[in-house]
Design a binder for this molecule. Structure first.
Ligand code: PAF
Length: 286
């Protein structure tokens, strides 16, 4: 496996491969876990050549403390990448990507950027769009892989590809979970043992909410989840939303008002929870 830090070095390496070589790409912010590795394994099966980028992108963080505390484990990441036969690890510096202009471009993603994460993390999706667009320009992948834990991000990237007319196929991959159900995330390593023990409550609640959605309105299920978290001794709910998978609009289902779900649509439950200072997100198809 080659570890390349410069854009010119990566472009030179990629130019050795002819146009018939398919490139699979997994952008990451490092602190790799089994979820990332499953994306890489899938990419290895579906492509001739696999590039993984490790870059903690400053423009997608709305809080400096979150950026400063983001886990970085580069040596271990590189070991893991070697094990899964990654071909190139691209590890640029902030200067290499942004020069002296650490700002993001503004995108119009058709409104999906203003739902859920967009409401609570100002500018987050402009930052994600900026970096992913830049990385796609550099790597020019045939396929790029993203986990469904960040389901809204996945939809944003699909929109980005359409807006920017990029010739890359976006592959969404199922959420990878710990044995107790907690969705794998680089941020999990920062949980204290108390919060780590409590965190599986998030997925357990999602599963119960899914069951309830079979017989109860979205609004009732949402109220039920909010009540559950109010009673929880240490976890703090930021939002729980049942939304249409396509446009991510909240399903405001009030049976007494004749506002009900569209049976032809797919819905998903989305959740963001604070475990102390650590913000965890998860989602479940309903
Ligand atoms: O999901 C992530 O790790 C990041 O948002 C991404 C896609 C690598 C962009 O920085």
């Amino acid at each position: 496996m080659q570890v390349i830090e410069s854009i010119s070095g990566l472009k030179k390496e990629l130019s050795n491969y002819n146009t018939n070589t398919s490139i699979g790409f997994i952008p990451t912010m490092g602190a790799l876990h089994k979820g990332h590795l499953s994306l890489i394994k899938q990419a290895k099966k579906e492509n001739d050549f696999v590039v993984v980028s490790i870059f903690v992108n400053p423009t997608q963080f709305d809080k400096q403390a979150d950026l400063d505390n983001y886990p970085t484990t580069l040596d271990n990441d590189l070991k893991l990448l070697k094990k899964v036969n990654c071909d190139v690890a691209f590890t640029p510096s902030v200067k290499e990507i942004y020069s002296d202009n650490i700002t993001s471009k503004h995108f119009d993603f058709g409104g999906i950027e203003n739902e859920m994460e967009g409401k609570f993390r100002t500018g987050h999706f402009d930052g994600v769009g900026t970096i992913v667009n830049r990385l796609f320009d550099i790597v020019k992948p045939n396929k790029a892989y993203f986990g469904e834990k960040d389901f809204q991000q996945l939809q944003i990237i699909k929109k980005l590809v359409a807006i920017e007319k990029k010739a890359v196929k976006i592959i969404g991959c199922a959420i990878f979970r710990e044995n107790d159900g907690l969705a794998m995330s680089s941020r999990n390593t920062r949980l204290t043992s108390e919060f780590r023990e409590a965190a599986p409550f998030i997925y357990k609640t999602l599963k119960k909410a899914k069951k309830k959605f079979g017989t109860k309105s979205a609004n009732k299920v949402t109220k039920w989840v909010e009540k559950k978290f109010k009673k929880h001794p240490i976890l703090e709910l930021e939002y729980f939303v049942i939304a249409n998978e396509k446009n991510l609009k909240t399903l405001n289902e009030d049976k007494s008002n004749n506002k009900t779900r569209d049976k032809k649509r797919n819905y998903r439950a989305f959740i963001a929870v604070f475990a102390g200072e650590i913000r965890l997100i998860d989602n479940l198809k309903l």
